[in-house]
Design a protein around this ligand. Structure first.
Ligand code: ATP
Length: 780
């Protein structure tokens, strides 16, 4: 420990120097700004940005900066990489002497960022650098050059402990003339046993070999990862984002999108790796928040979700996008820009006096001209025969209306000279389009449609029935229409996760019409130097800038999909549009899928991912659940997916899951009272969090049961539990969560695999517990 403490002291001295350097650069930049030439300003801007990023990174990674060390044999060749470390993976032929003794040729410390000393020798190697890979990859079976791997636990500037693993225990190796010793008994167990808080912790010090292969897989194609609960899929996906950014910052300046199933999981994982947030390249978004300005806040019932998520909806929406042109003019057709209703307050909402759309009447060249309903229908049909987005077809519709009016006017054949004819035509057009009635007609007859208004229009069952003819059955139409009443006539009401994917599809079908650019606020400085463009506004912090950059992006260079087994076909289409030119990492577990039609989803996924080659990986070890909990969960897995392999749990706590029964008797036997008592018990037994998982329709009730127990305990619906973890969990009424179907069993499997230490199952009569309290679903 003293040896590592000494090294850590040197590292922190160097870090402080680097922080001062970055601060100095920022001040220096401020002086540059006073010179005032555009060149100096641009340079200043870049310098401030770079120094700011660097400073942020130093501050963000400051805690527990150093966490590992490897002692290596001499390499095959003497080549060194840019970080000063030898590059060879294999030991030199004579590195091990015939008597099984060896000399340590190189010692590397691994940390959150690379740090060089004054002589440019590596003090710390960045965990994402190639030279750090052996720290994660080496195993006694395949040690490469690694003789000893050491995990260093520190808090701030103090080394708290070291844990060694010998990768070549058969060797007697020496370092600086002294024999290499091994201390402690493994770092992984220490990491796994720690209690959980409300946010996830990174695993940089203990990434395992099978996980490291995924983290560092080349990004040229699609990286496809499957693994059971707790195998580290989410953790690995996040570390992979950090790795990709480190490895090729320029390429991923195009952005990395991480799609997560719920806002709860986003909140849980967002802060894992500070280096992810720093330059706005990485956006972690819930699948219900992928469309700007739309935020899913409600859940659809499973039968509704099943229709809305199905790829059949794409056909319905195609019809709806076109059919919505025929909405009665009195219907609200706000000019809400897609996903942004903030800057259009002065626009019409269309609620004014109704304009007839079955007759166009104008006066041009002194004559009254009319197009009747049949003619208008023909014109609309011609325009819609194209495949372009509906809103972008409006100029064409306008042109065809003018053509038809011109033909009616009898002016068409008046001039044989083409130039004169063209002149006549253009003055005719001017005459017509200058009339308010023409503009009003066009607005009513070919309104600018927004995704929200079309979605709102689908709440009318008869109308939706027309649009969904031969695609949805009447029962499905009724259910979907009914659920959409929630979004209100103008579409501004609450949305479900599935509605958001529909909005995105509609956005594609409707298109965003070109708008005149918004005038910028007048700034006298603009005219002098173009300063506004060059300067990050002084009030905007690094973080805000990052968030703004992320928000403005609509396509990404790499897309990571977490919990991919739950992504519906319509969601795959939405996510696919954000990664048309991207490479992908897709992680999931079919055994945890709450989506009932896997084939439909697989087809949509393949469409989104395209034909790029896929590299498949499997994670096989459960790092979350102790064996006692994993064994119980495996029983549900056997019912949900007969023959599926459960991941093996790495540790055991000796504490078996507990069963408590609520028999419905007043007082202590009532469900709420039993759950509350069990929650209280678990809060006493663990230091960290307790999650109480209930069927979706019991969420509010459950929150009431736990009132006053503090913020270490939370109630959540079974679909919200996805991806989360707690020190202890209570699964309430398994039969209710499973709800009688195969999908429900998979949801129950998710619920049972959330705890890192203790699990309590509370049963009701519907669970038919046996003499030992074990419910039917959890018996062999
Ligand atoms: N190598 C590791 N070292 C330490 N902890 C790890 C390691 N791998 C995973 N873990 C921990 O195990 C837990 C489960 O990881 P994670 O949530 O990424 O699993 P998952 O496969 O996404 O699970 P689920 O399918 O249930 O969502 C987390 O607390 C994570 O930090």
């Amino acid at each position: 420990m003293a040896v590592e403490q000494e090294h850590l002291d040197r590292v922190y001295i160097r870090l402080e120097e680097k922080i001062h350097e970055a601060e100095f650069l920022m001040h220096d930049a401020a002086r540059l700004g006073q010179v005032g030439t555009p060149g100096a300003l641009a340079e200043r801007d870049a310098q401030v940005f770079r120094a700011g990023v660097h400073l942020n990174r130093l501050h963000a990674e400051y805690e527990d900066f150093l966490f590992g060390r490897i002692d290596l044999l001499y390499g095959k060749d003497g080549k060194r990489g840019p970080d000063g470390a030898y590059t060879s993976v294999e030991p030199a032929d004579d590195a091990v002497r015939p008597d099984r003794t060896a000399e340590i040729g190189e010692t590397l410390h691994i940390g959150r960022m690379g740090v060089l000393d004054e002589e440019y020798a590596p003090l710390v190697i960045d965990w994402r650098a190639p030279a750090a890979a052996p720290f994660y990859r080496a195993t006694p079976v395949d040690p490469g050059r690694v003789v000893r791997r050491r995990v260093i636990r520190s808090k701030g500037r103090r080394v708290l402990g070291v844990e060694d693993d010998l990768m070549r225990p058969e060797l007697t190796a020496s370092l600086d003339g002294r024999e290499l010793a091994a201390v402690g008994d493994g770092a992984l167990m220490a990491a796994l046993g720690r209690s959980r808080g409300h946010t996830m912790r990174d695993i940089v010090s203990s990434i395992q070999a099978e996980q490291d292969l995924v983290v560092r897989a080349p990004a040229a194609s699609i990286t496809y990862v499957e693994g059971g609960p707790g195998t580290g899929k989410t953790a690995v996906a996040l570390h992979r984002a950090a790795y990709l950014l480190y490895q090729d910052r320029r390429r991923y300046a195009g952005g990395i999108l991480i799609v997560s199933p719920t806002p709860l999981l986003v909140a849980y994982t967002e802060g894992v790796l500070p280096s992810l947030g720093e330059e706005g390249q990485v956006a972690i978004r819930a699948v219900g928040s992928l469309v700007d300005g739309a935020e899913a806040t409600v859940y659809d019932d499973p039968p509704v979700a099943r229709v809305k998520g199905s790829s059949r909806m794409a056909a319905v929406l195609r019809k709806a996008a076109r059919g919505a042109l025929e909405l009665p003019p009195a219907a609200p057709r706000g000019q809400l820009a897609f996903g942004d209703d903030s800057d259009d307050s002065d626009d019409e909402t269309g609620a004014g006096p109704a304009v007839r759309t079955d007759l166009l009447r104008v006066v041009a060249f002194g004559r009254r001209l009319e197009l009747d309903a049949a003619e208008l229908k023909r014109i609309r049909g011609t325009v819609l025969s194209g495949t372009a987005p509906v809103n972008l077809l409006r100029p064409r519709a306008r042109r065809l209306l003018l053509d038809a009016l011109y033909a009616r006017s009898g002016s068409a054949g008046r001039h044989s000279d083409p130039e004169l004819a063209a002149e006549l035509r253009s003055s005719f057009d001017e005459d017509v389009t200058g009339e308010d009635s023409f503009a009003a007609f066009l607005d009513a007859w070919w309104p600018e449609l927004t995704p929200r208004t079309v979605l709102a229009a689908m709440a009318d069952e008869r109308r939706l029935g027309r649009w969904a003819r031969r695609v949805l059955n009447p029962g499905e139409v009724r259910r979907v229409a009914r659920s959409l009443r929630r979004v209100g006539r103008d579409g501004s009401g609450p949305l479900s996760v599935h509605d958001v994917a529909l909005l995105d599809e509609l956005h594609t079908l409707l298109g965003t019409p070109a708008r005149p650019r918004k005038k910028r606020e007048y700034d006298p400085l603009d005219q002098l130097t173009g300063l506004e463009e060059l300067m990050p506004s002084r009030e905007e912090t690094q973080r805000e800038r990052a968030e703004r950059l992320a928000a403005e992006r609509t396509e990404y260079a790499h897309v990571i999909v977490d919990e991919a087994q739950d992504v519906t076909p319509m969601q795959w289409r939405m996510i696919g549009r954000r990664g048309r030119h991207a490479t992908w990492t897709v992680v999931g577990d079919p055994a945890q899928s709450s989506w009932p039609e896997p084939e439909d989803a697989a087809a949509a996924r393949d469409e989104a991912l395209g034909t790029r080659p896929r590299r498949r990986f499997e994670l096989t070890v459960n790092y979350r659940n102790p064996a006692e909990i994993a064994r119980l969960a495996a029983k549900v897995l056997a019912r949900a997916m007969p023959g599926a392999q459960s991941p093996s749990a790495v540790r055991s706590t000796g504490v078996e899951p507990r069963f408590a029964h609520a028999d419905g008797s007043p007082g202590a036997g009532e469900l709420g009272a039993v759950v509350r008592a069990e929650a209280g018990r678990l809060l006493d037994r663990v230091d960290g969090t307790v999650g109480v998982v209930v069927a979706m329709d019991r969420r509010e009730e459950a929150a009431g049961w736990l009132a006053g127990l503090g913020d270490r305990v939370v109630a959540l619906g079974s679909l919200e539990a996805k991806g989360l973890e707690y020190d202890a969990s209570i699964v309430v009424a398994p039969a209710e969560i499973a709800g009688g179907g195969e999908v429900g069993l998979r949801v129950l499997y998710v619920a049972l695999t959330r705890a890192t230490r203790e699990l309590t199952v509370v049963t009701t009569a519907a669970d038919a517990p046996d003499g030992a309290g074990v419910p039917e679903l959890l018996r062999d």
